[in-house]
Design a protein around this ligand. Structure first.
Ligand SMILES: Cc1cc2nc3c(=O)[nH]c(=O)nc-3n(C[C@H](O)[C@H](O)[C@H](O)COP(=O)(O)OP(=O)(O)OC[C@H]3O[C@@H](n4cnc5c(N)ncnc54)[C@H](O)[C@@H]3O)c2cc1C
Length: 299
Protein backbone atom coordinates (compact mmCIF):
# COMPACT_ATOMS: atom_id res chain seq x y z
CA UNK A 1 0.00 0.00 0.00
CA UNK A 2 2.81 2.39 0.99
CA UNK A 3 4.74 1.95 -2.26
CA UNK A 4 1.56 1.85 -4.32
CA UNK A 5 -0.04 5.01 -2.94
CA UNK A 6 2.96 7.08 -1.82
CA UNK A 7 5.85 5.64 -3.80
CA UNK A 8 7.28 5.73 -0.30
CA UNK A 9 9.47 3.74 2.06
CA UNK A 10 7.35 2.57 5.01
CA UNK A 11 9.75 3.34 7.85
CA UNK A 12 10.36 6.90 6.63
CA UNK A 13 6.68 7.85 6.49
CA UNK A 14 4.38 9.23 9.17
CA UNK A 15 1.54 6.83 9.95
CA UNK A 16 -0.46 9.70 11.44
CA UNK A 17 -0.28 11.74 8.23
CA UNK A 18 -0.40 8.94 5.64
CA UNK A 19 -2.90 6.51 7.13
CA UNK A 20 -4.67 8.44 9.90
CA UNK A 21 -7.38 5.77 10.27
CA UNK A 22 -4.74 3.20 11.22
CA UNK A 23 -3.23 5.56 13.79
CA UNK A 24 -6.67 6.26 15.31
CA UNK A 25 -7.40 2.53 15.53
CA UNK A 26 -4.06 1.88 17.20
CA UNK A 27 -4.66 4.70 19.72
CA UNK A 28 -8.20 3.56 20.48
CA UNK A 29 -7.68 -0.20 20.71
CA UNK A 30 -3.98 -0.50 21.70
CA UNK A 31 -2.94 -2.36 18.54
CA UNK A 32 -4.10 -2.82 14.97
CA UNK A 33 -4.87 -6.50 15.49
CA UNK A 34 -7.03 -5.73 18.52
CA UNK A 35 -8.75 -3.00 16.52
CA UNK A 36 -9.45 -5.30 13.58
CA UNK A 37 -10.81 -8.07 15.84
CA UNK A 38 -13.01 -5.56 17.65
CA UNK A 39 -14.24 -3.99 14.41
CA UNK A 40 -14.98 -7.41 12.92
CA UNK A 41 -17.00 -8.33 16.04
CA UNK A 42 -18.92 -5.03 15.92
CA UNK A 43 -19.61 -5.51 12.21
CA UNK A 44 -20.76 -9.11 12.79
CA UNK A 45 -23.13 -7.93 15.51
CA UNK A 46 -24.56 -5.39 13.08
CA UNK A 47 -24.49 -7.99 10.25
CA UNK A 48 -22.25 -5.72 8.17
CA UNK A 49 -18.91 -6.27 6.40
CA UNK A 50 -16.00 -4.57 8.20
CA UNK A 51 -13.66 -2.24 6.22
CA UNK A 52 -9.90 -2.52 6.08
CA UNK A 53 -7.63 -0.26 8.18
CA UNK A 54 -6.19 1.33 5.04
CA UNK A 55 -9.61 2.68 4.12
CA UNK A 56 -12.80 1.52 2.52
CA UNK A 57 -12.55 -0.90 -0.38
CA UNK A 58 -13.88 0.38 -3.65
CA UNK A 59 -13.85 0.47 -7.39
CA UNK A 60 -11.24 2.31 -9.41
CA UNK A 61 -12.98 5.08 -11.30
CA UNK A 62 -12.15 7.21 -14.29
CA UNK A 63 -13.78 8.80 -17.33
CA UNK A 64 -13.86 7.44 -20.89
CA UNK A 65 -11.28 10.03 -21.91
CA UNK A 66 -9.28 9.72 -18.69
CA UNK A 67 -9.19 12.06 -15.69
CA UNK A 68 -8.29 15.02 -17.91
CA UNK A 69 -12.01 15.09 -18.72
CA UNK A 70 -12.57 16.75 -15.32
CA UNK A 71 -10.17 19.57 -16.19
CA UNK A 72 -11.66 20.05 -19.67
CA UNK A 73 -15.19 20.23 -18.28
CA UNK A 74 -14.09 22.58 -15.51
CA UNK A 75 -12.49 24.86 -18.09
CA UNK A 76 -15.68 24.81 -20.19
CA UNK A 77 -18.01 25.53 -17.25
CA UNK A 78 -15.95 28.35 -15.81
CA UNK A 79 -14.24 29.78 -18.90
CA UNK A 80 -15.20 33.35 -18.03
CA UNK A 81 -13.45 33.06 -14.66
CA UNK A 82 -10.39 30.99 -15.55
CA UNK A 83 -7.24 32.10 -17.31
CA UNK A 84 -5.42 29.06 -18.71
CA UNK A 85 -1.75 28.59 -19.51
CA UNK A 86 -0.79 31.46 -17.20
CA UNK A 87 2.32 30.81 -15.14
CA UNK A 88 2.39 32.79 -11.90
CA UNK A 89 5.84 34.22 -11.19
CA UNK A 90 5.56 35.95 -7.84
CA UNK A 91 3.19 37.30 -5.23
CA UNK A 92 3.53 40.51 -3.26
CA UNK A 93 1.19 42.13 -0.74
CA UNK A 94 0.45 45.77 -0.04
CA UNK A 95 -2.02 46.64 2.71
CA UNK A 96 -4.71 43.98 2.30
CA UNK A 97 -4.23 43.39 -1.42
CA UNK A 98 -2.14 40.70 -3.09
CA UNK A 99 -0.60 41.30 -6.49
CA UNK A 100 0.28 38.31 -8.64
CA UNK A 101 2.64 38.76 -11.59
CA UNK A 102 2.58 36.23 -14.41
CA UNK A 103 5.37 35.17 -16.75
CA UNK A 104 3.65 36.86 -19.73
CA UNK A 105 3.75 40.17 -17.87
CA UNK A 106 0.08 40.20 -16.81
CA UNK A 107 -0.64 41.37 -13.27
CA UNK A 108 -3.74 40.78 -11.17
CA UNK A 109 -4.76 42.11 -7.77
CA UNK A 110 -6.88 40.13 -5.35
CA UNK A 111 -8.01 39.78 -1.76
CA UNK A 112 -7.60 35.99 -1.36
CA UNK A 113 -5.11 33.57 -2.83
CA UNK A 114 -5.26 29.78 -2.84
CA UNK A 115 -1.89 28.25 -3.65
CA UNK A 116 -2.67 24.94 -5.38
CA UNK A 117 0.69 24.39 -7.08
CA UNK A 118 3.25 21.81 -5.92
CA UNK A 119 5.03 23.06 -2.78
CA UNK A 120 8.36 23.78 -4.49
CA UNK A 121 6.51 26.15 -6.86
CA UNK A 122 4.56 27.69 -3.99
CA UNK A 123 7.91 28.36 -2.29
CA UNK A 124 9.13 30.36 -5.31
CA UNK A 125 5.86 32.28 -5.51
CA UNK A 126 5.89 33.42 -1.86
CA UNK A 127 9.64 34.06 -1.60
CA UNK A 128 9.14 37.84 -1.52
CA UNK A 129 6.30 37.59 1.01
CA UNK A 130 8.18 35.52 3.57
CA UNK A 131 11.39 33.51 3.42
CA UNK A 132 10.20 31.42 6.41
CA UNK A 133 7.05 30.45 4.56
CA UNK A 134 9.04 29.63 1.41
CA UNK A 135 11.44 27.52 3.50
CA UNK A 136 8.55 25.61 5.11
CA UNK A 137 7.02 24.85 1.70
CA UNK A 138 10.39 23.57 0.55
CA UNK A 139 10.70 21.26 3.56
CA UNK A 140 8.07 18.87 2.15
CA UNK A 141 10.05 16.38 0.05
CA UNK A 142 8.92 14.66 -3.15
CA UNK A 143 9.74 11.26 -4.61
CA UNK A 144 10.34 10.77 -8.33
CA UNK A 145 8.09 8.43 -10.26
CA UNK A 146 7.82 7.29 -13.86
CA UNK A 147 4.63 5.93 -15.33
CA UNK A 148 5.10 3.66 -18.32
CA UNK A 149 2.16 2.50 -20.43
CA UNK A 150 2.77 -0.58 -22.56
CA UNK A 151 0.26 -2.07 -25.00
CA UNK A 152 0.55 -5.70 -26.12
CA UNK A 153 -1.42 -8.14 -28.23
CA UNK A 154 -3.66 -10.04 -25.81
CA UNK A 155 -2.39 -13.33 -27.23
CA UNK A 156 1.17 -12.39 -26.27
CA UNK A 157 0.29 -12.40 -22.54
CA UNK A 158 -0.02 -15.72 -20.70
CA UNK A 159 -1.94 -14.32 -17.69
CA UNK A 160 -5.70 -13.81 -17.98
CA UNK A 161 -5.34 -10.31 -16.45
CA UNK A 162 -8.52 -10.89 -14.48
CA UNK A 163 -7.93 -8.29 -11.79
CA UNK A 164 -6.91 -4.67 -11.22
CA UNK A 165 -3.19 -5.42 -11.44
CA UNK A 166 -0.73 -5.73 -8.58
CA UNK A 167 1.49 -3.89 -6.11
CA UNK A 168 4.96 -5.27 -5.42
CA UNK A 169 6.11 -5.89 -1.83
CA UNK A 170 9.74 -4.81 -1.29
CA UNK A 171 10.92 -8.33 -0.48
CA UNK A 172 10.15 -9.46 -4.06
CA UNK A 173 13.21 -7.51 -5.24
CA UNK A 174 11.61 -6.21 -8.41
CA UNK A 175 12.30 -2.74 -9.77
CA UNK A 176 8.67 -1.85 -10.46
CA UNK A 177 6.35 -0.59 -7.71
CA UNK A 178 3.26 -2.06 -9.28
CA UNK A 179 1.23 -2.32 -12.43
CA UNK A 180 -2.36 -1.42 -13.19
CA UNK A 181 -4.10 -3.52 -15.83
CA UNK A 182 -5.78 -0.51 -17.35
CA UNK A 183 -7.63 -2.41 -20.08
CA UNK A 184 -9.07 -4.87 -17.53
CA UNK A 185 -10.40 -2.09 -15.29
CA UNK A 186 -11.68 0.49 -17.75
CA UNK A 187 -13.55 0.05 -21.02
CA UNK A 188 -12.10 1.59 -24.22
CA UNK A 189 -8.51 1.78 -22.98
CA UNK A 190 -7.20 -0.68 -25.57
CA UNK A 191 -8.49 -1.77 -28.99
CA UNK A 192 -10.02 -5.27 -29.35
CA UNK A 193 -7.40 -7.96 -29.02
CA UNK A 194 -4.98 -5.66 -27.19
CA UNK A 195 -4.19 -5.11 -23.51
CA UNK A 196 -2.61 -2.20 -21.66
CA UNK A 197 -0.38 -2.13 -18.57
CA UNK A 198 0.28 1.08 -16.64
CA UNK A 199 3.38 0.43 -14.59
CA UNK A 200 4.95 2.62 -11.92
CA UNK A 201 8.68 2.68 -11.22
CA UNK A 202 10.73 4.88 -8.88
CA UNK A 203 9.53 6.21 -5.55
CA UNK A 204 11.46 7.31 -2.47
CA UNK A 205 13.34 3.99 -2.38
CA UNK A 206 14.61 4.43 -5.94
CA UNK A 207 15.76 7.89 -7.01
CA UNK A 208 17.77 6.44 -9.93
CA UNK A 209 15.15 4.96 -12.26
CA UNK A 210 13.94 8.40 -13.32
CA UNK A 211 17.35 8.87 -15.03
CA UNK A 212 17.14 5.66 -17.11
CA UNK A 213 16.85 6.13 -20.86
CA UNK A 214 13.52 5.22 -22.49
CA UNK A 215 15.05 1.95 -23.71
CA UNK A 216 16.41 1.01 -20.28
CA UNK A 217 13.13 1.90 -18.58
CA UNK A 218 11.06 -0.24 -20.95
CA UNK A 219 13.54 -3.12 -20.71
CA UNK A 220 13.40 -3.06 -16.87
CA UNK A 221 9.60 -3.04 -16.91
CA UNK A 222 9.32 -5.77 -19.54
CA UNK A 223 11.63 -7.93 -17.41
CA UNK A 224 9.57 -7.51 -14.23
CA UNK A 225 6.18 -7.78 -15.95
CA UNK A 226 7.31 -10.92 -17.79
CA UNK A 227 8.18 -12.60 -14.47
CA UNK A 228 4.60 -12.08 -13.30
CA UNK A 229 2.27 -12.23 -16.32
CA UNK A 230 4.44 -14.00 -18.92
CA UNK A 231 5.09 -11.94 -22.05
CA UNK A 232 5.87 -13.42 -25.47
CA UNK A 233 5.99 -10.41 -27.79
CA UNK A 234 7.10 -6.79 -27.91
CA UNK A 235 4.92 -3.83 -26.89
CA UNK A 236 3.03 -2.20 -29.77
CA UNK A 237 2.44 0.95 -27.72
CA UNK A 238 4.94 2.66 -25.43
CA UNK A 239 4.23 5.89 -23.55
CA UNK A 240 6.53 7.18 -20.84
CA UNK A 241 5.73 9.93 -18.33
CA UNK A 242 8.50 11.01 -15.96
CA UNK A 243 7.70 13.02 -12.83
CA UNK A 244 11.00 14.05 -11.23
CA UNK A 245 9.14 15.48 -8.23
CA UNK A 246 6.03 13.33 -8.50
CA UNK A 247 4.68 12.31 -5.13
CA UNK A 248 4.94 14.39 -1.94
CA UNK A 249 6.24 12.35 0.98
CA UNK A 250 4.52 12.69 4.35
CA UNK A 251 7.62 11.76 6.31
CA UNK A 252 7.87 11.42 10.08
CA UNK A 253 7.33 14.97 11.39
CA UNK A 254 4.95 15.94 8.56
CA UNK A 255 2.30 17.10 11.03
CA UNK A 256 4.89 19.45 12.63
CA UNK A 257 5.65 20.90 9.20
CA UNK A 258 1.91 21.40 8.67
CA UNK A 259 1.55 23.19 12.04
CA UNK A 260 4.41 25.50 11.05
CA UNK A 261 2.97 26.07 7.59
CA UNK A 262 -0.49 26.91 8.96
CA UNK A 263 1.06 29.31 11.47
CA UNK A 264 3.13 31.04 8.71
CA UNK A 265 0.04 31.26 6.49
CA UNK A 266 -2.09 32.77 9.25
CA UNK A 267 0.55 35.51 9.68
CA UNK A 268 0.01 36.42 6.02
CA UNK A 269 -3.81 36.36 6.18
CA UNK A 270 -6.05 35.45 3.22
CA UNK A 271 -3.40 33.11 1.80
CA UNK A 272 -4.58 29.49 1.59
CA UNK A 273 -3.27 26.15 0.41
CA UNK A 274 -4.80 23.23 -1.41
CA UNK A 275 -3.33 20.17 -3.08
CA UNK A 276 -1.83 16.77 -2.49
CA UNK A 277 1.19 17.76 -0.35
CA UNK A 278 -0.62 18.67 2.86
CA UNK A 279 -3.48 16.64 4.34
CA UNK A 280 -3.87 13.71 1.97
CA UNK A 281 -2.39 12.66 -1.30
CA UNK A 282 -5.31 11.18 -3.25
CA UNK A 283 -7.55 13.03 -5.64
CA UNK A 284 -10.39 12.50 -3.14
CA UNK A 285 -8.31 14.11 -0.38
CA UNK A 286 -7.53 17.06 -2.67
CA UNK A 287 -11.23 17.57 -3.39
CA UNK A 288 -12.12 17.40 0.31
CA UNK A 289 -9.47 19.98 1.14
CA UNK A 290 -10.63 22.28 -1.67
CA UNK A 291 -14.15 22.30 -0.24
CA UNK A 292 -12.76 23.23 3.19
CA UNK A 293 -10.70 26.09 1.73
CA UNK A 294 -13.64 27.35 -0.34
CA UNK A 295 -15.75 27.43 2.84
CA UNK A 296 -13.04 29.33 4.73
CA UNK A 297 -12.93 32.00 2.03
CA UNK A 298 -16.67 32.41 1.65
CA UNK A 299 -17.30 32.61 5.42
C1 LIG B 1 2.02 9.09 -11.13
C2 LIG B 1 0.92 9.45 -10.20
C3 LIG B 1 -0.23 8.67 -10.17
C4 LIG B 1 -1.28 9.01 -9.32
N1 LIG B 1 -2.40 8.23 -9.32
C5 LIG B 1 -3.42 8.56 -8.52
C6 LIG B 1 -4.63 7.79 -8.54
O1 LIG B 1 -4.74 6.83 -9.29
N2 LIG B 1 -5.63 8.15 -7.70
C7 LIG B 1 -5.53 9.22 -6.87
O2 LIG B 1 -6.49 9.51 -6.13
N3 LIG B 1 -4.41 9.97 -6.83
C8 LIG B 1 -3.35 9.66 -7.64
N4 LIG B 1 -2.22 10.40 -7.60
C9 LIG B 1 -2.13 11.43 -6.60
C10 LIG B 1 -2.26 12.87 -7.09
O3 LIG B 1 -1.38 13.50 -6.22
C11 LIG B 1 -3.66 13.48 -7.00
O4 LIG B 1 -4.54 12.63 -7.60
C12 LIG B 1 -3.87 14.87 -7.65
O5 LIG B 1 -3.76 14.81 -9.04
C13 LIG B 1 -2.97 15.94 -7.14
O6 LIG B 1 -3.60 17.18 -7.44
P1 LIG B 1 -2.95 18.57 -7.15
O7 LIG B 1 -3.96 19.58 -7.61
O8 LIG B 1 -2.44 18.66 -5.76
O9 LIG B 1 -1.64 18.64 -8.04
P2 LIG B 1 -1.48 18.77 -9.61
O10 LIG B 1 -2.52 18.01 -10.33
O11 LIG B 1 -0.04 18.47 -9.87
O12 LIG B 1 -1.76 20.33 -9.88
C14 LIG B 1 -0.82 21.35 -9.65
C15 LIG B 1 -1.05 22.39 -10.74
O13 LIG B 1 -0.29 23.57 -10.47
C16 LIG B 1 0.09 24.11 -11.72
N5 LIG B 1 1.22 25.04 -11.54
C17 LIG B 1 2.48 24.76 -11.11
N6 LIG B 1 3.21 25.89 -11.04
C18 LIG B 1 2.41 26.91 -11.44
C19 LIG B 1 2.59 28.33 -11.58
N7 LIG B 1 3.76 28.92 -11.30
N8 LIG B 1 1.54 29.08 -12.01
C20 LIG B 1 0.35 28.50 -12.30
N9 LIG B 1 0.10 27.15 -12.17
C21 LIG B 1 1.13 26.38 -11.76
C22 LIG B 1 0.48 22.88 -12.55
O14 LIG B 1 0.47 23.19 -13.91
C23 LIG B 1 -0.63 21.91 -12.13
O15 LIG B 1 -1.73 22.00 -12.99
C24 LIG B 1 -1.16 10.12 -8.47
C25 LIG B 1 0.00 10.91 -8.51
C26 LIG B 1 1.02 10.60 -9.38
C27 LIG B 1 2.25 11.47 -9.44
Amino acid sequence: MVSGVYGGVADRLSLKSCFPIMREMEDEYGSLFKAMISKAKQAKAKKKKSGSPSGPGGWLTSFKGGLYTVIEQFQKNYQDDIACKMIAKNIVKKDDTYTVTFENGDVISCKNIILATPTYKAADLVAELSTDLAHTFNSIPYAPISVVCLGYKKDDIKHKLDGFGFLVPKKENLKILGSIWTSSIFANRAPDGMVQFRTMIGGDGDHESINLSDKELVRAIEHDLDSIVGINGKPELVKIYRWARGIPQFKIGHSDIMDKLESELSKQGNLFISGNAYYGISLNDCIKQSHKVAELITQ
